[in-house]
Design a protein. Structure first.
Length: 490
């Protein structure tokens, strides 16, 4: 390849020119190294380089007490002791030997799931419930399955804690949260009543004035205008004179008030003067008044006990075997068959006789449904507050609201006397009313049909077979939802 160079240029001069262009900086470009190596910047003597420090903001003081750990408190779903096998670790073959040892030891000596001292309750025919008075048993039943209700509380038996908080707050001039809420609600209620009364009186007074004004408004206006015109033309100086007189009277009244001697305050205390000329500073509190020191915590007797309904009591006694129920008169434990008969009698009002018991007793229908959902892991609570029979909680009332509301309807066999009489059937108006209530409280309505057997064939050898009796009932459930046109479009 032949290159033609301009005159006066050689290959050496071209190479030197290209190297000079590469070394020369472009106009306006950074004068640093072409390899972008940071260069040292000179620092003045009076300037010092300081590392940036992060100033941590002070954490706000926690004013509210920390909530209890409900997952730890309610870790057991039922008042029973479980003995699970240890976990198998594939990386550790010795864990298999530990599992085998525990399994064989439990086969030889099976551990009990019940406590050494069983929970004891007393049946009350007046309240149709079982009362638990021992504080430890009360806490155990509530924390392990949410059984029962406090007699002085809405649900959880917390009267003792609330009473201690009330006494502690009363010493400092305050009250408990429940008292403050109740007081605030009463004040709001009285305020609304007073406001409604004042508004009604104001409306009535306004209407009365309007009716009276419509009758004589025109005549009064004409008379006032005529009088004002006549006075202004005849006596133009009277209006200014009246205004000056009123101003003078107001000025005299203000001056008279300023010249009155002021009364001494009631809380002023005379300060004694020492011979040296100094004064003794006092707080104004009489000497006989002692400073009140915070007293020690007063011991309060727990007056609250747990109240179990009939279904909860029979489930704890028959299904779990963790509750022993005593007769209120003899203080002797009641057997399971006698409990069944007793609860069936007291499920009627007035109390029914033994000969009048039927297969559709309210206790049997309610307990079949209660046992069914408890066996599925639901926490079943009474639902009288929401116009239903039971409420279903996923884990318990302290974790979330109830998701479902149960309505129990007996279903009789075809051809029976009850079916011919239409017993157990409800109207559409009733269903829509209950469903509307559940939709307002964000719950799904579940209608539970319990198929009632014609006869109770549960006696074998003169003894009542409760398991066979309960197996004679069948359950069907349907979820009812309120249909809305704007939410059900295709």
């Amino acid at each position: 390849m032949n290159l033609t160079l301009p005159t006066g240029f050689t290959i050496t001069s071209l190479i030197a020119l290209s190297v000079a262009k590469m070394a020369a900086p472009e106009p306006g470009a950074n004068t640093g190294s072409r390899l972008d190596v940071p260069t040292a910047v000179p620092v003045a003597k009076d300037q010092t380089l300081k590392e940036p420090t992060v100033q941590d903001k002070p954490r706000p003081v926690r004013t509210r007490p920390q909530k209890p750990n409900y997952f730890l408190i309610h870790s057991k779903p039922l008042p029973l002791e479980t003995h699970p096998l240890p976990a198998f670790v594939p990386q550790n073959p010795l864990s298999l030997l530990r599992i085998a040892y525990i399994y064989l030891s439990q086969l030889v000596s099976r551990p009990s799931s019940h406590w050494e001292v069983p929970i004891t309750g007393i049946f009350s025919s007046e309240t149709r419930s079982v009362h638990i008075t021992d504080h430890a048993s009360v806490r155990a039943l509530w924390e392990m399955g949410f059984f029962g209700k406090g007699t002085m509380s809405r649900s959880e038996p917390s009267w003792l804690d609330r009473e201690k908080a009330r006494l502690k707050a009363s010493k400092h001039g305050g009250g408990t949260a429940e008292e403050n809420t109740r007081k605030r609600r009463e004040e709001r209620k009285l305020f609304k009543l007073e406001r409604a009364r004042a508004e009604a009186e104001q409306i009535e007074e306004t209407l009365r004035k309007e009716r009276a004004a419509l009758e004589s408004a025109k005549e009064e206006k004409d008379a006032e205008k005529a009088t004002e015109i006549a006075i202004s033309h005849v006596f133009p100086w009277m209006q200014q004179q009246d205004g000056d007189a009123e101003f003078k009277e107001e000025t005299k009244a203000v001056l008279a008030e300023d010249t009155k001697p002021q009364e001494t305050a009631k809380n002023i205390v005379e300060v004694p003067v020492l011979p040296t000329g100094t004064t003794i500073h006092t707080t104004g509190i009489p000497n006989d008044t002692a400073i009140v020191k915070p007293d020690e915590e007063v011991s309060i007797t727990n007056q609250e006990h747990l109240q179990l309904n009939l279904e909860e009591s029979f489930f704890l006694s028959y299904a779990l075997g963790s509750l022993q129920i005593l007769d209120s008169n003899t203080r002797q434990p009641l057997s399971t068959p006698s409990l069944l008969t007793l609860f069936r009698q007291h499920s009627h009002f007035p109390t029914a006789q033994t000969s009048a018991l039927r297969s559709d007793d309210p206790f049997l229908l309610n307990y079949v449904v209660y046992h069914h959902y408890r066996s599925l892991g639901w926490v079943v609570r009474p639902g009288v507050k929401f116009s239903c029979d039971f409420l279903l909680y996923n884990r318990g009332p302290v974790f979330s609201h109830a998701e479902f509301a149960l309505l129990i309807i007996p279903e009789y066999a075809e051809g029976s006397v009850e079916a011919a009489q239409g017993k157990g059937k409800m109207g559409w108006w009733w269903l829509h009313c209950v469903n509307r209530v559940q939709s307002q409280v964000k719950k799904s309505l579940v209608i539970v049909y319990v198929k009632v057997p014609k006869e109770l064939s549960s006696t074998e050898g003169g003894k009542i077979d409760i398991g066979k009796l309960l197996r004679g009932y069948e359950i069907r459930e349907f979820v009812i939802r309120r249909w809305l046109a704007n939410r059900s479009r295709d």
